[in-house]
Write a protein that binds this ligand. Structure first.
Ligand SMILES: Nc1ncnc2c1ncn2[C@@H]1O[C@H](COP(=O)(O)OP(=O)(O)OP(=O)(O)O)[C@@H](O)[C@H]1O
Length: 541
């Protein structure tokens, strides 16, 4: 593990400010430690030898101690603020990037890993900023100053420190090497726990229905146990390594002390100098020991930031920046020879697919389950880039356009409605935040949901609404936009025949281009045309 990931400095301005402030505070702390040792030695020697007046030195010592307390406070304030700023920057950047990567990239276990990373994961950066980095700066500044100053009083003691001090970073590097693997294992166990737990909670009604809820207890226990074992082994390494570093530093200080004691007895050193060297010796080792101590607390934070960088460094599909997207109210939309392969899949989800969508037509995409109908919509929305082939509008390829400008031409109703908690109106307004109550009512009417009150509560993932109501609210959310093309993934699934007829009539009445994935005969019949998606594309009149 690198002590300081340069990507952190590049991505978060707060981290750079923090580092600069920490270096200044570190240098000031180093100077105060030396002055404190000199004054302390002077006061003790004065008292022991009963000759000198130590009053002024005692006052100066009190001032130095107060100065160190103020520096510590400054360091804490700067660290907490920087940690908060860096976490918020990383969270924002990671979330924005994940959104740009789109729902296809987020599918699978990625969404729960991302949730863990953006919540608990990045919080682990707190000890990294508040403890580890300041200590790292002190470790780089204080020992050099202390050894230099010791050398002016006792060259042999300074030499002893110079020889023994490097043992600490060597041990730390070895320990760090072992800890990194433990931290990663712990992070993976936490990810798996989050994923499993989300799955179980979301699927609890189904599990109960099939009498499998109890069986999940054992599965949750197993995953939790794995996390516990990983955490305990991290802690074991942390405690053992602290003990090793502590022991090493104590033996080194003892070596210095024995040498100083002998030279004092033999008269080669004065009492004040000997005291100063003895007081300073532990200070040379302390920052390095503390770095080792805080290293473990920060390892989880560093693992989380590496995870965030992994997301941030995932390349975005190449898209142009043109915003002059042709108006699809008047322009044909074409797919030529489009082949799509999902990451990790050998078989293509779409193979050499051609399609032409004319303005204002209602077109049904049909075909067996898994044939690639939803994938056609994902390609049109730019959620996945075709391996071969191209999407064309008005003579230009879709990937020449800036993604959000391109997507403004479309309103999408996915297979899962994707509603969030709030009211029905809140959910419809996701399509058009400025929509008036009348516009929302009109959209609900066109979606066959006139019976739904605008302020009716919607729970998480659309709970509190029936499956059919969720679909219709999602449809109203698409209809309230002014997008010229509606991409609908089975818009009438779960609706009764009358409501389905009303929805189809509502769709036609909008006069917009509709491209819908359709399994139900009523929907296929209501379309102007239907296209079969599958290994062999058939275009039916
Ligand atoms: N995110 C994904 N990662 C990997 N494979 C995927 C992903 N999404 C879909 N697939 C695979 O791509 C193929 C086409 O899927 P798609 O959802 O487009 O089919 P579909 O025709 O819409 O099916 P259905 O009618 O059941 O909704 C399937 O084999 C599916 O397993």
């Amino acid at each position: 593990m690198k002590p300081l990931d340069p990507r952190l400095l590049r991505r978060a301005r707060a981290a750079r400010t923090f580092l600069a402030a920490s270096v200044l505070i570190g240098i000031a702390s180093g100077a105060l430690i030396i002055v404190q040792a000199m004054l302390l030695a002077k006061v003790i020697a004065g008292v022991v030898l009963q000759g000198a007046d130590v009053t002024s030195a005692a006052w100066a010592l009190a001032a130095v101690v107060a100065g160190r307390a103020v520096l510590l406070w400054c360091q804490e304030v700067v660290a907490q603020r920087s940690a908060a700023a860096v976490k918020s920057t990383l969270r924002r950047q990671t979330l924005e990037h994940a959104l740009k990567l789109g729902p296809v990239w987020l599918s699978g276990e990625r969404s729960s890993s991302l949730t863990t990373l953006l919540t608990k994961g990045l919080d682990d950066l707190d000890p990294y900023f508040a403890r580890y980095l300041p200590q790292l700066v002190l470790a780089a500044t204080v020992p050099a100053g202390v050894i230099g100053w010791m050398a002016t009083g006792d060259l042999i003691a300074a030499g002893t420190v110079v020889i023994t001090l490097p043992l600490i970073p060597i041990f730390m590097a070895l320990i760090g090497w072992a800890t990194q693997a433990h931290s990663r294992r712990r992070q993976r166990a936490l990810d798996r726990l989050a994923h499993h737990f989300t799955d179980v909670v979301t699927g609890l009604p189904t599990l109960k229905l099939f009498g499998r809820a109890r069986a999940q207890e054992a599965a949750v226990r197993r995953v939790t146990d794995r996390h516990r074992v990983a955490s305990m082994s991290s802690l074991r390494v942390a405690f053992l390594s602290s003990l090793a570093l502590e022991l090493l530093a104590s033996i080194s200080v003892a070596l210095v002390a024995v040498g100083v004691g002998l030279r004092l007895i033999e008269g080669h050193l004065g009492l004040e100098t000997a005291l100063m060297v003895l007081i300073l010796a532990p200070e040379a080792y302390l920052p390095l020991r503390q770095v080792g101590l805080h290293f473990h607390a920060s390892a989880d934070g560093v693992a989380a930031s590496e995870e965030a960088f992994r997301v941030l460094e995932t390349p975005l599909p190449e898209r142009g920046d043109r915003t002059d997207v042709p108006d699809l109210r008047t322009t044909n939309l074409q797919l030529y020879d489009v082949t799509v392969r999902y990451p990790g899949r050998d078989e293509p989800a779409l193979d050499g697919f051609d399609l032409e969508v004319r303005p204002g037509e209602v077109l049904a995409l049909t075909g067996p389950s898994g044939a690639g109908k939803s994938t056609v919509l994902a390609v049109l929305l730019g959620f996945i880039a075709p391996e071969r082939g191209v999407v064309v509008a008005g003579g230009s390829a879709a990937d020449e356009f800036e993604p959000s400008a391109w997507r403004r031409q479309f309103a999408w109703v996915p297979q899962r409605a994707g509603l969030r908690s709030g009211s029905v109106a809140d959910n419809v307004r996701l399509g058009q935040p400025e929509a008036s109550d009348d516009a929302v009512r009109l959209a609900l009417l066109a979606a066959g949901s006139s019976e739904l009150e605008l302020d009716k509560a919607v729970g998480e993932h659309g709970q509190l609404l029936s499956g059919g109501q969720q679909r219709r609210v999602a449809l109203a959310r698409a209809l309230v936009t002014d997008a010229p093309v509606l991409l609908l993934d089975e818009p009438t699934a779960g609706l009764d025949t009358d409501t389905e007829a009303a929805v189809i009539a509502g769709l036609r009445a909008t006069g917009r281009t509709v491209l819908m994935v359709a399994h139900r005969p009523a929907l296929i019949t209501a379309a102007d045309r239907s296209v079969v998606v599958g290994p062999r594309e058939l275009v039916l009149a």
